[in-house]
Design a binder for this molecule. Structure first.
Ligand SMILES: O=C(NCc1cccc(CNc2ccc3[nH]ncc3c2)c1)c1cc(-c2ccc(F)cc2)cc(O)c1O
Ligand SMILES: [Mg+2]
Length: 214
């Protein structure tokens, strides 16, 4: 049987990027997915917004829900300060296997921990497993109908602190209407929409940044 799209993305990274150079990994994936084969990476347009929010927050502990091929894991981890960490959750083992190789190719394996499983099962175990108090930054990019239940779960598990920043991908396309309602009508969040485009297309999409107020 043939290769999968994630396998072809890994091949494009191995062929066109420089080992240990995260920016070249990002550029190789963006080039492949813009000119050869679309894939659901956050991409270069929304990626610039992710970079700027991340640089502003400068998190010590970051969480990503939805690793896919590791494109946003590389974008996030390359900007983390020394000793800061990213935990990324991926439900699909085939995606996780490719992401592990792409993150390692970028030389970021010491900053990123990929956890395989469903967010709903793993979030309640995070404190004990990783000995962490709370997250400073959360990137939501998994199943869009999980954004609200997982945000509530993060609150209930005491994993958000005053000032934690949530950044959600795809709030327009495919859309996360319940999530927008939840964070925008909630006095415990201060939200702002960053308009952009769906990765590698001209379709409208954007990121919602929500600060937890405690
Ligand atoms: O749906 C999306 N992404 C989520 C997703 C999707 C499939 C599989 C997984 C498996 N990974 C997974 C699942 C459950 C999980 N629970 N905890 C961790 C975890 C991890 C995740 C998506 C779609 C489009 C899109 C598609 C088509 C189109 F026309 C326009 C736009 C664009 C995006 O940027 C997207 O992010
Ligand atoms: Mg996405």
């Amino acid at each position: 049987t043939g290769s999968s799209r994630p396998q072809r993305i890994l091949k494009a990274v191995q062929k066109n990027a420089t080992k240990g150079d995260p920016q070249s990994v990002i550029s190789a994936i963006d080039y492949y997915c813009r000119h050869k084969e679309w894939a659901m990476n956050v991409g270069d347009d929304k990626g610039l917004i992710l970079d700027s929010v991340l640089t502003e927050v400068n998190p010590s502990m970051a969480l990503e829900l939805g690793t896919y091929c590791g494109y946003s894991s590389v974008r996030i981890a390359r900007l983390l300060s020394p000793n800061s960490k990213l935990i990324t959750v991926e439900f699909n083992p085939a995606f996780a296997a490719i992401a592990r190789q792409i993150i390692a190719y970028a030389g970021l394996q010491d900053k990123v921990t990929i956890v395989e499983g469903a967010s709903g099962d793993l979030i309640p175990k995070m404190k004990e497993r990783f000995g962490l108090k709370s997250f400073d930054f959360v990137f939501l990019d998994h199943w869009k109908d999980r954004y609200v239940p997982d945000t509530k779960l993060l609150e209930d598990c005491g994993l958000l602190r005053k000032g934690t920043v949530l950044l959600a991908d795809n709030v327009i396309c495919p859309g996360a209407p319940e999530y927008l309602k939840y964070v925008r009508n909630n006095p415990r969040y201060e939200s702002r929409y960053y308009p952009s485009v769906l990765e590698y297309t001209k379709a409208e999409d954007g990121l919602e940044k929500s600060v937890f107020l405690g």
